[in-house]
Design a binder for this molecule. Structure first.
Ligand SMILES: *Cc1c(COP(=O)(O)O)cnc(C)c1O
Length: 427
């Protein structure tokens, strides 16, 4: 038995499903999850000593590659000073200043420890600020696992949302309206029907949790306009796309200012750090200044802040995002070419250091279109690539990530491996 298999069997005795986050369990692709022992640059190694080119990068954070020497140094320098104090530190001011500088719509920011906490807190703040309850989200967008957000559309626009998880009371789900991504008409209808009740609209301005789906500029502009008209708080959940599609996030790419922004993943550099921030007049409603309660024992943790701050400094190197986008484009173009040569229906897209692979003829624009992909083919491709030492996300409904450590040789090796994988699918 492989060591991965032995570990998976052992893990399942004391950990539900053997994993601490569901997608790691390989349920949708089948097979045995790889237990990772160490990583460096664009690679990680599993318990059997097999090396993989890593295209998940911890699901986004590892934009500089694993164990970047300067990030490691920054963490090592603060470790000996203490792990957590429960009292403020100067480094927290530095990371707040850095975030406000890089994302100009953020005038004030609060650190938390996960993206889930960021979105949950931002929504509570939006509700406290507007004195309204209803929130609007979009099908296929993931905003962490807070109760209000584990909701799918009801049978019609005016019907209540339904929980997507056991344990979420219908009484909570009913305050969430779920609309179609990129559907301006439906958005306008919803605002016409109950605009004055909408506390907040939360959206991934580049969606990365139903695979990669770009918002259209018309859609995001309509969101901004309707929120302005009705006094609703527009929240961009940039936990994934922030510092990933561009230095200033998707809001820089689209030129749209949300009222609040949620950040995570890259801002922790691989450590548990996330944040939410935005308009000063809204942020002033947070405790201890205002009546909206929010807190965290490990919020702004000095080790996490050191890793995050150094990461934010390093990604400001001139040309960083041009290079990252070029490498990512090279990967998706190479994969598309390899699929075409093998006559496998396939398309791909990338923005900055984020990419999507689709087993269908054209790039999808909604959750419904994503559903039309050939998941059986994706799963076969995933396993063929895994055997060849390339680790893509173990689900057809996840985006992929390239880091600055993915050099030409690594991208070329990936495309070579893909030629074999696509050929085996076509056979
Ligand atoms: C990952 C993610 C979250 C949740 O972040 P966690 O740190 O896993 O809680 C929220 N929103 C988006 C867009 C994400 O990609």
């Amino acid at each position: 038995m492989s060591k991965n298999q032995a570990l998976f069997e052992r893990a399942q005795r004391t950990i539900p499903g053997g994993v601490n986050s569901p997608v790691r369990a390989f349920r949708s692709v089948g097979g045995t999850p790889r237990f990772i022992e160490r990583a460096e640059g664009a690679y990680f190694w599993d318990a059997d000593g097999k090396r993989y080119i890593d295209y998940i990068g911890s699901w986004g954070p590892m934009i500089l590659g694993h164990v970047h020497p300067e990030v490691l140094g920054a963490v090592q320098r603060v470790l000996a000073n203490g792990f957590s104090f429960g009292a403020p530190t100067e480094a927290e001011i530095e990371i707040a200043e850095e975030i406000c500088k890089l994302v100009p719509s953020i005038e004030q920011v609060r650190m938390v420890s996960s993206g889930t906490e960021a979105t949950m807190s931002a929504l509570r703040l939006a509700r406290g600020f507007t004195n309204r309850s209803r929130i609007v989200k979009f099908e296929g967008c993931y905003h962490g696992h807070a109760d209000s957000l584990l909701v799918k559309a009801g049978s019609g626009l005016l019907t209540f949302g339904n929980p997507t998880s056991a344990g979420v009371p219908a009484d909570i789900a009913k305050h969430t309206t779920v609309l179609e991504y990129n559907n301006v008409e439906q958005l306008n209808e919803a605002f016409k029907a109950f605009g004055p009740e909408i506390a907040s609209v939360i959206v991934e301005p580049v969606a990365g949790n139903m695979n990669l789906v770009r918002a259209t500029p018309e859609f995001l502009n309509a969101l901004r306009e309707r929120c302005n008209e009705y006094g609703s708080v527009l929240i961009f959940d940039e936990v994934m796309c922030g510092f990933r599609v561009a230095l200033g996030g998707a809001q820089q790419v689209y030129g749209i200012k949300p009222d609040l922004t949620c950040l995570g993943k890259v801002i922790g550099g691989g450590m548990p750090a996330a944040a939410f921030g935005g308009r000063r007049d809204i942020m002033a409603h947070l405790a201890p200044l205002g009546g909206v309660y929010q807190a965290g024992t490990l919020s702004g943790n000095p080790i996490a802040v050191a890793a995050g701050l150094k990461t934010l400094q390093l990604i400001q190197r001139p040309g960083f995002y041009d290079d990252l986008a070029k490498q990512t484009r090279k990967l998706v173009d190479g994969l598309t070419g390899a699929a075409r040569d093998a006559k496998v229906p396939f398309s791909a897209d990338s923005i900055g250091g984020m990419f999507g692979l689709y087993f269908m003829d054209s790039v999808p624009g909604s959750f419904a279109q994503i559903q039309q992909g050939d998941t059986r083919r994706f799963n076969a491709f995933f396993h063929a690539m895994l055997d060849a030492g390339v680790y893509f996300a173990p689900s057809a409904f996840e985006a992929g990530f390239v880091s600055s450590a993915h050099d030409d040789a690594i991208i070329d090796a990936t495309i070579d491996a893909a030629r074999g994988a696509f050929a085996s699918l076509a056979a």
